[in-house]
Design a protein around this ligand. Structure first.
Ligand SMILES: [Zn+2]
Ligand SMILES: [Zn+2]
Length: 261
């Protein structure tokens, strides 16, 4: 019952998101914006598989290392021969460029398609956790299946229903949802002995690792958690952390998938 009334409240609140404008004017502007986005998406219908590749390239390019074919293959779990054929196709269709150093960059259109699918993924995760009460671990997997089936119209309604959230439940910023950039983050693996940090988000790479997400959940490593780094032992590939009274260790490889500031 509480969930239902919260939904209604969110819906009422989110209906008034253009202060100072009359309701017909708000509706006209929203409709014009949505029409433009729909026209773009209709002109750029790509297969689910290609959407996933563009999403992977988009997410890899958020990290500070260059995006090369081997990383995209590892991220999407396909063979090198498949990835080369796919990248050629994406380049031919104008979604990516590949330079002489074999670095892959999204074009404007590629970025737009990727942002759309990332936004749907994150909004779906929010819907699954906030309204359906699904846990953190399952939400990512379910959203990965559902994201391709969501139309522009459903996406817009979802955003409204959820009061235009700015992050996914794992803390990842939703593209286009927030105007102010968040704090400058670094991988948890870059933190040093004695440092105290705050957790910003678990990257999509981390979300895919079901055992890792479960472990993070058990130790309260969620967005906003205050983390004290007790010890970093690169030779062992481990770091010892403290959250509240809970002391535990985490692999440095896993810590690379967590962003803090
Ligand atoms: Zn996810
Ligand atoms: Zn997420």
């Amino acid at each position: 019952m509480r969930v239902i009334s919260q939904v209604n409240l969110n819906f009422v609140n989110s209906c008034n998101n253009m202060p100072g404008l009359s309701l017909p004017e708000q509706n006209r502007r929203t409709a014009a914006l949505n029409r433009r986005n729909r026209t773009f998406m209709e002109a750029h219908k790509v297969t689910h598989a290609l959407e996933d590749y563009l999403k992977a390239i988009y997410q890899l390019s958020e990290e500070s290392r260059p995006v090369i074919a081997a990383r995209v293959a590892a991220e999407t779990g396909v063979s090198p021969s498949t990835i080369f054929a796919t990248l050629r196709r994406l380049a031919k269709e104008g979604y990516v460029t590949i330079n002489r150093r074999k670095e892959i960059h999204l074009t404007g259109d590629g970025k737009k398609v990727a942002e759309n699918i990332v936004r749907r993924h994150f909004l779906t995760e929010r819907f699954l956790t906030d309204l359906l009460g699904l846990d953190w671990v399952k939400a990512h997997q379910e959203a990965h299946r559902l994201e391709h089936a969501i139309s522009q119209e459903v996406e817009e309604r979802l955003a409204k229903l959820l009061s235009n959230p700015t992050t996914c439940p794992h803390g990842n910023p939703i593209p286009g949802a927030s105007k102010s950039p968040g704090p400058k983050t670094m991988p948890l693996s870059d933190a040093t002995d004695g440092q105290k940090v705050e957790l910003d988000f678990i990257t999509e790479g981390g979300e895919r690792d079901v055992r890792l997400l479960g472990y993070l959940q058990d130790h309260g490593l969620r967005p906003g958690a205050k983390v004290h780094i007790l010890d970093v032992a690169p030779s062992l590939g481990m770091m010892t952390l403290k959250v509240g009274d809970d002391e535990f260790s985490l692999g440095i490889e896993a810590a690379k998938k967590i962003r803090v500031h």
